[in-house]
Design a protein around this ligand. Structure first.
Ligand SMILES: Nc1ncnc2c1ncn2[C@@H]1O[C@H](COP(=O)(O)OP(=O)(O)OP(=O)(O)O)[C@@H](O)[C@H]1O
Ligand SMILES: [Mg+2]
Length: 339
């Protein structure tokens, strides 16, 4: 795979600053879906993005890439820096694929139904590396083997509809890795995979970060998987990052009531036979975000101050642990409702 090991630099390879997105909804108009999301990613670092369904994880990745779905009308603002250099949409389109790889969430619709998967992977290899058809095809088969597909030569000659959801998901990972990206944005890349294959993919991503300094943003609902792979985690709620820090630190000492509730609902945190606590209320729909802190209507600590948006504060200067809450602190006072 990657031919060189790149030196770790101090400048983040990717910086996202105050990203906003409004999506157009039929008969309603534009509604905010990302509300000032900021993050940075160092070379070689794996950053996990977690949060309930609908909080904006996928939209954040698509907005960073300037890559929206067909029929998706989105107004965006904010800054994206690659290796310290602010990108405009033209530069983004030249970096996409080659330097910034993307694994979309939906493996059903992301592949071309009328091309063999081998042609789709090898075309991406040829596009980025200018290799001959034969060399590109051989490399495509190698990539299919790397993502854990058995009999990769035969798989390469099949069409997407002949494969299972888990196999298609791995084809998308192979396509994203074909350009040897320096940054990979992976949107729930292992959800359709059984645990053995999942471990294989996580191992592959870990090696790419460690040995080739690839920066990874890994979106997942599986916090235990995030804790295995990601050194840092950011928790998203209603289009904002509400808490961020070293994964071990955030999981052991969560400060935002939303993070605490998310962690309390993990199976590890309840005894066998006990029902899992679930978070009171639901993620507010677009257009129904409460004014101020969007979590306040579900939060046991909410006070009148929470009618204003809290700023993002650093908890400890020695640890990069930040929280966006007027009343951060340990879990005391958090009420989870039992299902
Ligand atoms: N094209 C669109 N048109 C209208 N609303 C959209 C569009 N894309 C996303 N949304 C809305 O924006 C919000 C964020 O969606 P997004 O898919 O990013 O969530 P997510 O965190 O990735 O959820 P999941 O964990 O289920 O994948 C949701 O409320 C969603 O309905
Ligand atoms: Mg998503």
């Amino acid at each position: 795979m990657y031919s060189t090991t790149r030196p770790l630099g101090l400048t983040p390879i990717l910086t996202v600053n105050d990203l906003h997105a409004e999506v157009r909804r039929p008969k309603i108009g534009f509604q905010p879906a990302l509300a000032g999301l900021s993050l940075d990613l160092a070379r070689g670092e794996a950053l996990g993005l977690v949060g309930e369904s609908g909080c904006g994880k996928s939209l954040a990745l698509r907005t960073i890439l300037g890559l929206h779905n067909r029929n998706e009308v989105v107004q965006t603002r904010g800054e994206v820096y690659y290796d310290g250099h602010r990108l405009d949409s033209h530069e983004l389109s030249t970096l996409r694929g080659k330097y910034i790889g993307f694994i979309p969430q939906d493996p059903q619709t992301a592949l071309n139904p009328v091309m063999t998967v081998g042609d789709q992977v090898s075309e991406t290899v040829r596009h980025h590396r200018k290799w001959t058809w034969g060399a590109s095809w051989n490399h495509a088969v190698h990539l299919l083997a790397q993502v854990g597909l058995v009999r990769p030569g035969a798989i390469a000659r099949t069409y997407p509809h002949q494969l299972s959801g888990g196999q298609r998901q791995r084809i998308l990972i192979a396509i994203a890795l074909a350009g040897e990206p320096e940054v990979l944005l992976a949107d729930e890349p292992t959800t359709a995979l059984d645990v053995t294959i999942q471990a294989q993919i996580v191992g592959l991503l870990h090696r790419l970060c460690r040995d080739h300094a690839m920066g990874l943003i890994f979106v997942s609902h599986d916090i235990s998987l995030v804790s295995q792979l990601c050194t840092r985690v950011s928790v998203v709620y209603a289009g904002r990052i509400v808490e961020s820090g070293h994964t071990t630190n955030v999981l052991a000492h969560p400060q935002h009531p939303y993070t605490q509730a998310l962690i309390a609902s993990l199976p590890d945190h309840t005894s066998a036979g006990q029902r899992l606590p679930h978070l009171m209320g639901q993620t507010p729909s677009l257009g129904e975000w409460p004014e101020g802190c969007a979590f306040r209507t579900r939060c046991p600590r909410a006070q009148s101050q929470c009618l204003t948006v809290p700023s993002t504060e650093s908890l400890d200067s020695s640890e990069p642990h930040t929280v966006q809450c007027h009343f951060p602190g340990q879990a005391a006072g958090l009420k989870n409702h039992h299902a």
